[in-house]
Design a protein around this ligand. Structure first.
Ligand code: SAH
Length: 392
C-alpha cells in the first residue's frame, strides 16, 4: 500500500473533508501508485487523514473515498456507497422515471456519475479512481437496480486531464436505440448512446417545470433548446407560441419527435437551427419581442481559466435577450460553468442590463434538481446556477 503525506500547513482542506488534494500539497512519495490505486493519506505528522484514489496524470492527484481509517476500499465499500446514494433518492421518483442516481463527489463517489433512464443506466467515469473499479461498479449497480442494460458514456473532455481515453459503449445487458422517459407528465425520447452528456439534461427538470408555470398565454423564446425540454414544458403550460433555437440539427430533430410524443399544440412551436449569438441580433432587427426567454447555453467556462472569455459570451446573450424582452416579461438565464461563481454570474447579468438599458429585477434563483445534491464540503459541485429575472 502506498502512503501519501501532505505537506505541513496544507492539510486544512482534507481536515474539512474536501474530496480533492492537488499535487502541490503532497510530499514526494516512495514509489509510484498505479492509476486509480487506493492510497493511504497522512498529515505531515503521520496522522491518518483518509483513503484516496491516485490520479498520476492529474493536477488533482488524490480524490478521497473515505475519511474513516476503519473503512476498507473494496467491493463492499462500493456496495454501501451506491446503495446509500440510491436510498437517498427513494422518495423522488414521483417527478420522473429518469434520475441521477450518483452525483460524484457529493455522493461520496468522486468522479462517478450514474444516470437512470427507465430501465437503462448510464455510467460516466470521470477520473482514475472509478475507472479502476469499473467492473465492480457495474456488478453492484446491476444487482442494486435490476436494470436491463448499463451503457458507458466516458467520453467527457475532463478525462483528458486524467490521461484517460474517451470511451463509450454497452457494458451490460441489451438495449434499444432509444429509451422513453416521462418527466412531470411529459414524454421524451432519449438516445443514451448519441445524445449530449448522458443523453438528457436531468439537472433542469424542476426549472423546466417552473418555466411551464410562467408560460400561460406567453410568447416564449427558448435559446439552446437541445431536445426541447423547456419548449415542451412551456407549451404544456399554455404558451401562445414557442420559438426554439439550437445549433445542433440532431437535437432539433429529437425535439420534434419529443413534441410528437405528447398531446400538445404543435402548431404553436417553431424550431430554428442557428447560432444563438447571431440569431438574437436577427430577431432584434426584425423587431420581435417575447414574454418569456430561456437562455441555457453550454459550459462557456469549464474551468476558472476560461472565465474572462466566458463572461463576455454570457454578457452578450443576456444583453440581447433583455432587449427582446417585453416589459413585465421573464428571463430565465443559466450558467452550468464550474468556473463561473454565482456572484460573478450576477455581476455579468447586471452589466448586460446596464448596457441593454433594461431595468431588471431578480425574483428567484435556479439550481440543479434534487437528484444532483451538493455536499457542503464541496462547493465546486454547485455548477448549475440560474436567475429568474423580470423586466420592470
Ligand atoms: N435547455 C436544454 C439543455 C441545453 S444544452 C434542456 O433543458 O434540455 C446546450 C445546447 O446548446 C446544446 O443543445 C447545444 O447544441 C447548443 N448550442 C451550443 N452552442 C450553441 C450556439 N452557439 N448556438 C445555438 N445553440 C448552441
Amino acid at each position: 500500500m502506498h502512503v501519501a503525506k501532505i505537506k505541513a500547513g496544507r492539510e486544512k482542506s482534507a481536515l474539512h473533508r474536501h474530496p480533492w488534494l492537488f499535487s502541490g500539497a503532497l510530499m514526494p512519495l516512495a514509489g509510484t501508485p498505479a492509476s486509480g490505486e487506493t492510497v493511504k493519506v497522512l498529515d505531515s505528522n503521520g496522522r491518518f487523514l483518509g483513503w484516496a484514489a491516485w490520479s498520476g496524470e492529474s493536477q488533482i492527484r488524490l480524490r478521497f473515498w473515505s475519511f474513516d481509517e476503519r473503512e476498507t476500499i473494496d467491493r463492499d465499500f462500493f456496495h454501501r456507497r451506491l446503495s446509500r446514494a440510491i436510498q437517498l433518492r427513494a422518495g423522488m421518483h414521483a417527478a420522473s422515471d429518469a434520475m441521477r442516481l450518483v452525483h460524484g463527489e457529493s455522493d461520496g463517489l468522486p468522479g462517478l456519475i450514474v444516470d437512470r433512464y427507465g430501465d437503462v443506466l448510464v455510467l460516466q467515469l470521470l477520473s482514475a479512481g472509478p475507472e479502476a473499479w469499473r467492473d465492480v461498479l457495474c456488478d453492484e449497480l446491476e444487482a442494486l437496480t435490476g436494470v436491463r442494460a448499463i451503457y458507458e458514456r466516458s467520453d467527457a473532455d475532463v478525462r483528458e486531464l486524467e490521461g484517460l481515453p474517451q470511451r463509450s459503449g454497452l457494458l451490460r445487458g441489451d438495449m434499444p436505440t432509444d429509451t422513453d422517459i416521462v418527466e412531470h407528465g411529459l414524454r421524451y425520447r432519449v438516445n443514451v448512446a448519441a445524445g449530449q452528456k448522458t443523453g438528457f439534461y436531468l439537472d433542469q427538470r424542476a426549472n423546466r417545470q417552473r418555466i411551464g408555470e410562467l408560460a400561460r398565454g406567453a410568447d416564449v423564446l427558448n435559446c439552446f433548446c437541445y431536445t426541447g425540454g423547456f419548449s415542451l414544458a412551456a407549451l404544456r403550460g399554455g404558451a401562445k407560441s414557442v420559438l426554439s433555437v439550437d445549433s445542433s440539427g440532431d437535437a432539433l430533430e429529437a425535439a420534434r419527435i419529443n413534441l410528437s410524443l405528447n398531446d400538445l399544440p404543435g402548431d404553436r412551436a417553431e424550431w430554428v437551427e442557428a447560432d444563438v449569438f447571431q440569431y438574437l441580433r436577427l430577431l432584434r432587427d426584425k423587431g420581435r419581442s417575447y414574454d418569456v426567454i430561456v437562455l441555457d447555453p453550454p459550459k462557456f467556462a469549464p474551468t476558472a481559466q476560461h472565465v474572462e472569455r466566458a463572461s463576455r459570451a454570457y454578457k452578450d446573450i443576456n444583453l440581447w435577450a433583455m432587449k427582446l424582452l417585453r416589459p413585465g416579461g421573464y428571463l430565465a438565464t443559466f450558467t452550468c460553468s464550474g468556473g463561473m461563481s454565482a456572484d460573478l454570474f450576477q455581476k455579468v447579468v447586471a452589466s448586460s442590463a446596464w448596457d441593454a438599458k433594461a431595468d431588471m429585477q431578480s425574483i428567484g434563483r435556479f439550481t440543479a434538481d434534487v437528484d444532483h445534491p451538493v455536499s457542503v464540503n464541496f462547493p465546486e459541485g454547485d455548477y448549475l446556477k440560474g436567475l429568474l429575472l423580470r423586466k420592470v
